[in-house]
Ligand binder design. Structure first.
Ligand SMILES: [Fe+2]
Ligand SMILES: [Fe+2]
Length: 345
């Protein structure tokens, strides 16, 4: 986490930072998804942006659909890329099963375990924060479900609270989707999951699957959905259509504070910087008290001052780095499972 974050306002620094990637949809041999989207390149871009930011996460959560078709080589590519960054940052990786993943291959290629068809659930604890991963996939289908045995495992695990509480990572988000046809592919029996996490130390649920950034709650607990690194479901498409677009990809940052969890999306792309401030200015803030900081950074310009005379107000300064909004394309508008035709997220 950056040195200054959370230290000049009323909130203390976060206790933990989690990087949340989702829906990588890699293909073997680095093939383009739908013949159009460089999903491996998009993943690499996300990891490069993360590394150059200087953020030092406590964990990296990848919330499912690691691959598009469950191919071993696609898993190896995903693992090679994510592990390289994770190793450099010293962060453990939590791999979560999605509907496009295949349990047997997931076990062998990502977890170094024997092939197994049982759900891939797990628990790790990072600096006192527990992360439980749940496999909401249903072999042969794209909707989600948690088996009774998984809910029992969850309830049993949650019986003893963790020092900083629990974050659950799962692919299918337990919140409504505004996209009509996508609700066919939602997590079934969400009330059973809600009953299981109610009155426990669960502080947030991280999910993916829908390919757009969204948030809601389940049993009063925040649910944060990361957008996909692969392609985005366009919520501005005609309401009775489903449009997957090669643009708007993102990953998210999860800041865990003592009293709340904050989820923030990071757009993928090498965009032109048009405003901002540099590290020197931020460093100078350290030498000021609260009033001084407000004078230097919050105070609006007076009538006889030009905008240029005052500190920038939080949008960043200048620069003319190349923009690079991913071009839209006419690739299939759905995340077809293997056949590229059915909408599946
Ligand atoms: Fe999915
Ligand atoms: Fe997906």
């Amino acid at each position: 986490m950056t040195e200054l974050a959370g230290r000049m306002g009323q909130h203390p620094r976060p206790t933990h930072v989690i990087v949340h990637l989702s829906d990588l949809h890699l293909l073997s041999g680095g093939q383009l998804l739908f013949g159009a989207v460089d999903t491996e390149g998009q993943l690499q871009r996300a990891l490069e942006q993360l590394e150059t930011s200087g953020i030092r996460p406590d964990a990296i959560v990848v919330s499912g659909d690691i691959t598009d078709r469950g191919e071993p080589d696609a898993y190896r590519r995903a693992r090679r890329a994510v592990d390289a960054t994770a190793n450099r940052l010293g962060a453990p990786v939590v791999w979560v099963m999605g509907n496009h993943d295949k349990r047997e291959v997931f076990h062998t290629e990502l977890l170094d375990q024997p092939a197994d068809r049982e759900p891939v659930d797990g628990v790790i604890e990072v600096n006192g924060l527990r992360i439980i991963s749940l496999d909401s996939s249903v072999p042969g289908f794209h909707h989600g479900e948690l088996k009774p045995a998984q809910l029992e495992f969850l309830a049993r695990t949650l019986r003893s609270p963790a020092r900083f509480g629990t974050i659950i990572a799962m692919h299918h988000p337990p919140v409504p989707t505004p996209v009509a046809v996508l609700d066919i592919l939602e997590l079934a029996d969400q009330h059973l999951f809600a009953d299981t996490i109610k009155n426990t130390d669960v502080r947030a649920i991280l999910a993916g699957h829908v390919h757009y950034t969204t948030a809601g709650n389940c049993a009063g607990i925040p649910v944060f959905v990361a957008g996909a690194t692969s392609y985005t479901m366009d919520l501005s498409a005609p309401v009775d259509e489903l449009h997957g677009i090669d643009g708007g990809q993102s990953f998210s940052l999860v800041h865990v504070h003592d009293d709340q969890v904050v989820h923030s999306a990071v757009p993928l792309g090498n965009f032109r910087q048009v405003s901002g401030i540099g590290a020197d200015f931020l460093a100078s803030m350290r030498n000021l008290n609260a009033d001084g900081r407000r004078d230097a950074f919050s105070r609006m310009p007076t009538d006889d001052q030009g905008e240029d005379d005052v500190a920038p107000s939080e949008d960043a300064p200048s620069d003319d780095a190349p923009s690079e909004d991913a071009p839209s394309d006419d690739a299939p508008s759905e995340d077809g499972p293997s056949d590229e035709s059915a909408p599946s997220e």
